[in-house]
Design a protein around this ligand. Structure first.
Ligand code: MN
Length: 199
C-alpha cells in the first residue's frame, strides 16, 4: 500500500496570524511529505505487509524488525501530522462542546486547567515531540510523546494533539515554544476534537 500526502483542508495562510503561511508550506509540503516518502520506501521492502497504518503503530512489535524504526518514525510522522492538520481550522471553534466539554470539566476542572496541562506537557517535552489529550480506558489524560511516537502505541485514543517540534513554530516564534502553544489554542477545531472523543 502506498501512502499519499492529502492536501491541507484549508489554505496555507488560513491559520494566520497564529501559524504563519511559510511554516505551513514547509511543515506540510516538505516535512510531512518526507515522512510519507520514507514510509513508502520502507514498506517497499516488505510488499507482503497488508495492514492499516494504525494497526502497525498500535503494535510495532509486529512490524518486521528491519523497518520497525522507519515505520515508527515515518509512519508515526504521517499519522501524527494527518491528525494535526484536521484538528486545526481557520479562526478555531471557540470552545469544547458536547460530551467532551463535560469530560474536560469533570477531569480537569475546566478548559483553562486543561490548557495549562497541555502547555506544560508541550514545554516540558525535551527536544522534539508532541503533547496530547487522550482518552484511555474511558478516562481523559494529558500525555506527551517523543519524536513521532503516537498515542496509538500507548493504547490510547487521541482527542487533541499539538506538534512541539521546532519545525512547527521556529520561523515565527523562534525559541519561544510557550508563545506558539498559547497562539495554537486560537486555531483548535473543537468540533473535530469532540468527534475524536466520541469515537
Ligand atoms: Mn511536525
Amino acid at each position: 500500500m502506498k501512502y499519499e500526502l492529502a492536501p491541507l483542508p484549508y489554505a496555507h495562510n488560513a491559520l494566520e496570524p497564529h501559524i504563519d503561511e511559510q511554516t505551513m508550506q514547509i511543515h506540510h509540503g516538505k516535512h510531512h511529505q518526507a515522512y510519507v516518502n520514507n514510509l513508502n520506501a520502507a514498506l517497499e521492502k516488505h510488499p507482503e505487509i497488508d495492514m492499516p497504518l494504525e494497526d502497525m503503530l498500535s503494535n510495532l512489535a509486529g512490524v518486521p524488525e528491519d523497518i520497525r524504526g522507519a515505520v515508527r518514525n515515518n509512519g508515526g510522522g504521517h499519522w501524527n501530522h494527518s491528525f494535526f492538520w484536521d484538528l486545526m481550522t481557520p479562526g478555531g471553534s471557540s470552545a469544547p462542546n458536547g460530551s467532551l466539554a463535560e469530560a474536560i470539566t469533570t477531569t480537569f476542572g475546566g478548559l483553562d486547567a486543561l490548557k495549562e496541562k497541555i502547555n506544560a506537557a508541550g514545554v516540558g517535552r525535551f527536544g522534539s515531540g508532541w503533547a496530547w489529550l487522550v482518552s484511555k480506558g474511558g478516562k481523559l489524560e494529558v500525555v506527551s510523546t517523543a519524536n513521532q511516537d503516537t498515542p496509538l502505541e500507548l493504547g490510547a485514543t487521541a482527542v487533541l494533539g499539538v506538534d512541539v517540534w521546532e519545525h512547527a513554530y521556529y520561523l515565527k516564534y523562534q525559541n519561544l515554544r510557550p508563545k506558539y502553544l498559547e497562539a495554537w489554542w486560537h486555531v483548535v477545531n473543537w468540533d473535530k476534537a469532540q468527534a475524536n472523543y466520541a469515537k
